[in-house]
Design a protein around this ligand. Structure first.
Ligand SMILES: [Fe+2]
Length: 309
């Protein structure tokens, strides 16, 4: 089971300052030397986002994944139509660097799993004939909540000109599993053991690119509270609060400074053993959400292919 989970994503961007402002507003901790900015979740000892300055427009640089069995990944990469490459400029030659048939670069890294985060308070809901909370309020006055802080990077969604070809590469070369898909428009893949429903997802576009990254928060309240706070600060578009059919997660997406998206999520389906999971091919009506607001017009626009909209 080579890929074990997500580590980070790296973007080339025009303005580091815009990225530092946005991601710190989103609740991440930032560190920058003026050329490269790194962001991590509070409590984690590694980066989840790396921004490289100086690009004329935002561009996906690579996705890093925790993995084992790197020799097998290297062998399977060639048969799956990809190539093993040397580390890009500025990055160390550790682990294994591979490029998929569409030019997307993955960095596979052998490292220990993150320490388990502290369990949050359980999310309790009173319902008909199911009263589990009495004599106290579920919600505090709004000013009494600290800013929402992401717990971990959960997944990234990448644009691709051929969704099922991208799925074939990560399943055949990287040893991931197809969890679900909606025809050839969007597809979701996971690690084979102890994985969120999706670690890497793909959406159809004219070319490759970064669509969004999603960070876990404790519960649906934090999705709503974090999303509302971030969209107020960013002044850009959002999509949410809502709930996906595929993966079941509550979501709120906020547009980043470059037209792609940052998602807070809670309550995603979990796959402890992919051998016991059966993928579903959903209809288009379930490809985006089970319920939620109307989609922003540029939600699935690939600014890396078409800078105008
Ligand atoms: Fe997502």
């Amino acid at each position: 089971m080579p890929v074990l989970g997500p580590l980070s994503y790296t973007l080339e961007v025009p303005s580091l300052d815009d990225g530092i402002r946005f991601y710190t507003d989103a609740g991440l901790e930032a560190e920058s030397d003026g050329k490269v900015a790194r962001f991590r979740c509070t409590g984690q000892e590694r980066d989840s986002i790396i921004l490289i300055s100086g690009a004329s427009k935002k561009r996906l640089h690579h996705v890093a994944l925790r993995a084992n069995g790197l020799d097998k990944i290297a062998a399977d990469t060639a048969t799956a139509g990809g190539s093993v490459i040397t580390a890009p400029d500025g990055f160390e030659e550790d682990g294994l660097w591979v490029r998929d048939p569409h030019g997307v670069v993955y960095h596979l890294v052998e490292r220990p799993a993150d320490a388990a985060p502290a369990a949050g308070e359980s999310f309790e809901i009173n319902g008909p004939c199911r009263i589990i909370r009495t004599r106290r309020s579920a919600i505090k006055p709004s000013g009494q909540y600290p800013p929402v802080r992401p717990i971990k990077l959960g997944h990234v969604l990448l644009f691709t000109p051929d969704v099922m070809a991208s799925v074939r590469f990560v399943t055949e070369a990287l040893g991931m599993g197809l969890t679900d898909h909606a025809q050839d428009v969007v597809a979701f893949t996971c690690a084979r053991k102890d994985s969120d429903h999706h670690v890497i997802a793909f959406a159809k576009s004219a070319g490759s690119g970064f669509h969004h990254a999603s960070f876990q928060v404790n519960d649906p309240d934090e999705v709503g509270r974090g999303g509302a706070a971030l969209v107020a600060k960013s002044g850009r578009g959002d999509w949410g609060f809502g709930r996906h059919t595929v993966g079941s997660n509550f979501f709120h997406y906020i547009q980043d400074p470059w037209g792609s998206w940052f998602e807070y999520y809670a309550d995603m389906d979990y796959i402890d053993d992919y051998a016991l999971w059966s993928p579903t091919n959903y209809g288009p009506e379930d490809s985006m959400a089970n319920w939620g607001p109307k989609l922003p017009p540029d939600f699935i626009h690939n600014y890396e292919v078409d800078p105008g909209c």
